[in-house]
Structures are given as C-alpha cells and as structure tokens.
Design a binder for this molecule. Structure first.
Ligand SMILES: [Zn+2]
Length: 167
C-alpha cells in the first residue's frame, strides 16, 4: 500500500493503520522547531552534484545536543549516503548513538515534490532508524520532516514508518 499525502486539504495520512500527521510551524514544540532548523541548515552542506536534491538531517541526542548530517553523493550512484545516516553515524562517533530521541529531515532540489510535500526517509534509512530506536528501547522515536518551503511538517514515529521492522 502506498503512503499517500493529501495536501493541503487533508492533514493526516494513514499508512497500514499508522497515524502520520502533517502540521504547521506554530503547532511544533520549540525543541522540534530547533531540530528542523538544524536539518535545514545542514542541507546547505549536501554534496549532491548529480541529483541536486539537497538533504539535511539532525538528530537530538540524549544530552540535548544536536548532531547533523547531509547527503553525500557518488559518481557510482549506489554509493550515495543519505543525510539521516550521516547524522546517525556522526552521533555514533560522538558517543551518542544510543541516546537519539528524535530526527528531523529537510530536503530541497529539482526532484520529487519536495516544495509541497515533506520529504520522507528512504527504506534504507528507515531500517537504520528502526535499529537505533530498538537499541534505545524507544519504538516511538520521533521522525520529523519538512517540505522545501518549510511550512509543512510531517510527524511520525519510526514504527509508523517501518512497521514489523527487521531488528
Ligand atoms: Zn535514506
């Protein structure tokens, strides 16, 4: 079943029974706003000469620190690493891998429908996020993402995005 978003008329999408909410800026908590702003800033560091799809991600660590990442593309396209995984790998190197409580994602570029629709993590990143959540014993680890205009924000949990995960 495809994940479908109906914007702007409908604010809630369902996927296999999960609730994935799309909200506006004023509906976000301050710390969620901060994480999304960090993700947007990180997207400016993306290395995306092939797709021009610049993605930034930011994770909130257990001590409140924010660690960011951006996508890094390769001429051998399959070697490209997504922003979410870069941020998680960086958090691991800083000793915070097991304490991540939330992740935010921002994307802009020529591809997809990123202007209107909040970007959604790819399958590979969902797997990594699910494993991080499982290690944290936190299946409800929050995943937030923004559209390119930065006026619509998707709020979900890892278990919403990857039910029945292989962990
Ligand atoms: Zn990904």
């Amino acid at each position: 079943m495809a994940l479908r978003f109906y914007l702007p008329d409908y604010r809630v999408a369902t996927h296999l029974g999960a609730m994935i909410t799309v909200v506006g800026w004023s509906e976000l908590a301050r710390e969620d706003q901060d994480l999304l702003v960090a993700a947007r800033a990180a997207s400016q560091k993306a290395f995306a000469p092939y797709s021009h799809f610049k993605v930034g991600a930011a994770v909130r660590c257990g001590d409140g620190r924010i660690v960011d990442g951006a996508n890094y593309e390769s001429a051998s396209y399959g070697l490209t690493v997504c922003a979410e995984r870069v941020a998680i790998f960086r958090a691991n190197m800083e000793g915070e891998h097991r304490n991540i409580s939330a992740v935010a994602i921002y994307a802009s570029g020529k591809t997809l429908k990123a202007d209107d629709i909040p970007v959604s993590p790819c399958g590979a990143c969902r797997q990594i996020l699910a494993e991080v959540a499982a290690r944290n014993d936190c299946p409800d680890m929050r995943v937030m993402s923004a559209n390119a205009r930065f006026d619509r924000f998707l709020i979900a949990t890892v278990s919403d995005l990857l039910p029945q995960a292989f962990v």
